[in-house]
Each structure stands twice: as C-alpha cells, then as structure tokens.
Design a protein around this ligand. Sequence first.
Ligand code: JF8
Length: 274
Amino acid sequence: MRLDVVTIFPEYLEPLNVSLVGKARARGQLDVRVHDLREWTHDKHNTVDDTPYGGGPGMVMKPEPWGEALDAIIESGTSGTEDARPTIVVPTPSGEPFTQEIAVELAEKPWLVFTPARYEGIDRRVIEEYGDHYDVRELSIGDYVLAGGEAPVLVMVEAVARLLPGVLGNAESHRDDSFAPGAMADLLEGPVYTKPPEWRGRGIPDVLLSGHHGKIARWRRDEAFRRTTANRPDLIERTDPAAFDKKDREMLSILGWGPGEDGRFGRVAPDVEE
Ligand code: JF8
C-alpha cells in the first residue's frame, strides 16, 4: 500500500517511522511519503492561509497549494504499480465517524492520500473538485476538537496498517478485536493478566490458572459483558438479542440488564459497579 500525507507540519508525522508502521515500511509493505504543503507555494512567505469569506474567526487554507500538491502527488503515482486513482482522506471534525469498518475498507485500497489541515480547514472547493474525480472520504476520529488533522492521520494510519497482510504477526490475529466485524457480538475486551502470579498482594483470578478452557472462555465473556454494560451500554442496546445465549442472558440479568418490549436488551435495574 502507498500512503501520502500532505501537511504544513511534516515533523508531526515522525511517529510513522517507529513501531508497527515503521517496521511495515522497513519491510517494504508500506510506502509512506510525507510532503510539506509549503513546497507548493510561490510567495516569499509560503502562505497557505487567508481570511474567511463572509467573515468570522480564524483563517482558512487557500485552495491553490492544495490543488498543486494533490495534482503533483497524484501525477507521481500514474507511472508506478499503484492504482492511478488514490482514495483521498480528509480528517475533519465534521466528517463521517472513522470506525473499524472504515479501517477495513481503507486497508483494501492500494493508495491513500491524507490531507490534514490546520486553522478552520481547507477551502471547500478543493474537496468538491477532487470529489468530482476521486473517492474523497471526510472522516472524524471522535467527538472532540483538535487543532489540526495530523493526530487523526496517525490514528487512522495505525488502524489501517495493522490490518495489512503480514503487518501484524500471526500471534496477534484480528478476529478477537473489539469492534472487529463479526467478533463476539460487539463487546469490549475484558481484563488481561501476566506474570508474576502475585503483585503487591494482588493475585490472578483462579479460573485463569485452572487450565479449564471452557470456563476461561465463559469468564472472559462475562467480564466483557461487565465492561461493555458499564462503559458502552449502546453496544449492548444495538445488538440483535439472538446473539445472546442462555449464559449471556444470565450474566446480563446479574448486571441488571434484560429484554425490553422489542426484545433488545436495556438496563432494567440499578447500575452494577465493575
Ligand atoms: C481540525 C483542521 C478531528 N475528531 C477530530 N477532532 N478534530 C479534528 C480535526 C481535524 C482537522 C482539523 N482543526 C483544523 C480538527 C478529525 N478528524
């Protein structure tokens, strides 16, 4: 997969040189190119922003540097082995929520171009213009406001890169991921433990030392229900109740959850502490 990032803060993307993404690059599984948007300016001050039409606070990124940058980068790909048409990813707080499902979709693309902005964002005509010729995805990593799109790019690239064939070792598979489509309903992962067996007077749940794989699997699922009901009740509420077996229903009942009029599960008793 080829990834291009266009930014006024190329140094913000340095983390792409380390860990999982850095190793995937070193192995040749990822071709990452970070570009300084100011290379496509022509004035003495390398201006990338201007005042907003209609007034209001802040500044808006000018369309010309983005147009020249995207044209040059897209042109550079037409001779390579990559698909000639990249998917363009625009991080923005007003975008569609970036989910595991979208990460899977993006991981299937041969070429992604990320356009992290600063200030109040990019002149709308850039998104319209490229949207007419390419697959443009405006995506948000969550309901909070950041100062720019660079951190969202790091988040999205890591979520995508770990899904590429051979990037994550065989030891760590994707199918147990919370939010993996088709994972155990839509449940959060429960707690995990490792050596030593006692630390600061705290032991390990006996069942994990029992060697009884069936009991361990049941305990893990119960803990997943504990965490999910406490932290993400919306995930339980939206689950088709057919996904819950008899023991799931027993655990949900202990946690104060039961089926409502429509059969879907909701809280029916006061909250239970984790
Ligand atoms: C930005 C450009 C974002 N979930 C999110 N919160 N804030 C942002 C974001 C993205 C781009 C810019 N400010 C200026 C904030 C995403 N994605």
